[in-house]
Design a protein around this ligand. Structure first.
Ligand code: NAD
Length: 258
């Protein structure tokens, strides 16, 4: 029987890549995120032909707990349950702490951290009923190490690792694993958008942001691909990963080995 996979923030970038990888596996997939409705519908259709599973879209805003409840409720009512939950939605803002807009701080903590608490609290009872489940949190190398000017993002990503470990301990005896993926830099809209701001904060060119900031610590000197992150998510959802729980897998070109 096809598994049902919910991927938050999957209208773009890494989330869309993860949704695609599970669709190829024949899973039913719920995609989520913002975007123009015609473009989202085109992406949904593209995914649906990949592996024969159903693909539906739910536009829940990850800052709104009641909409998150509707997202998980829709997955259950339309596709039967939630077998794999991928918490991926995330945003970034780059500024000095003393200039960091408090509303941006709140928004980043809400989307990058608190939304995962809400998706989990709604999905866990469904997984417990089946005595099976996989929760995969897309964290970041910034869950393990810091960079200046990214205070909210680094705080949220460090937090998600704590939530990952706690949930893993609570759920281990229910056949549910909880893990995080910690990617290094992947060239997605989230990263493209922060290049001009980082250039301004550091007083360097946009090209220097790529080579001297983003890839400086990435030992491979290359960006991570969306497909590499997606393949890691599919692995963590596989039977082979049954005993992997409460930990993270870094996909960061050696960044956090330094
Ligand atoms: P992206 O901007 O391409 O995609 C972000 C997705 O989240 C989009 O679908 C967007 O619509 C959605 N989203 C944003 N706010 C939302 C909200 N309030 N409610 C619902 N959906 C919302 O970014 P990405 O680079 O693919 O990032 C995806 C995840 O990967 C994030 O958690 C990010 O922190 C993490 N990550 C990215 C990188 C990287 O280098 N790109 C590295 C490490 C971790």
């Amino acid at each position: 029987m096809s598994r049902t996979v919910v991927v938050t923030g999957s209208t773009s970038g890494i989330g869309l890549g993860i949704a695609k990888a599970f669709a190829v596996e024949g899973c039913h997939v719920v995609i989520n995120g913002f975007g123009k409705l015609d473009e989202v519908e085109a992406a949904r259709r593209e995914l649906e032909v990949l592996g024969g599973g159903r693909v539906i879209y739910h536009g829940a805003d990850m800052t709104k707990p009641e909409e998150i409840a509707e997202l998980i409720g829709t997955a259950k009512e339309t596709l039967g349950s939630v077998d794999v939950l991928v918490n991926n939605a995330g945003i970034q803002h780059v500024a000095k702490i003393e200039e960091f807009p408090p509303e941006k701080w709140d928004q980043i903590i809400a989307i990058n951290l608190t939304s995962s608490f809400h998706t989990m609290r709604y999905a866990i009872p469904l997984m417990k009923t089946k005595k099976a489940g996989r929760i995969i949190n897309v964290a970041s190398a910034h869950a393990l190490t810091a960079s200046p000017f990214k205070s909210a993002y680094v705080a949220a990503k460090h937090g998600i690792l704590g939530l990952t470990k706690t949930a893993a301990l609570e759920l281990a005896e229910f056949g549910i694993t909880v893990n995080a993926i910690c990617p290094g830099y992947v060239l997605t809209p989230l990263v493209e958008k922060q290049i001009p701001d980082t250039a301004r904060e550091r007083g360097i060119s946009e090209e220097q942001v790529k080579t001297d900031v983003m890839l400086r610590l990435q030992a491979t000197k290359d960006f991570v691909s969306i497909e590499e992150v997606a393949a890691t998510a599919v692995f963590l959802a596989s039977d082979a990963a049954r005993q992997i729980t409460g930990t993270h897998i870094s996909v960061d070109g050696g960044w956090t080995a330094q």
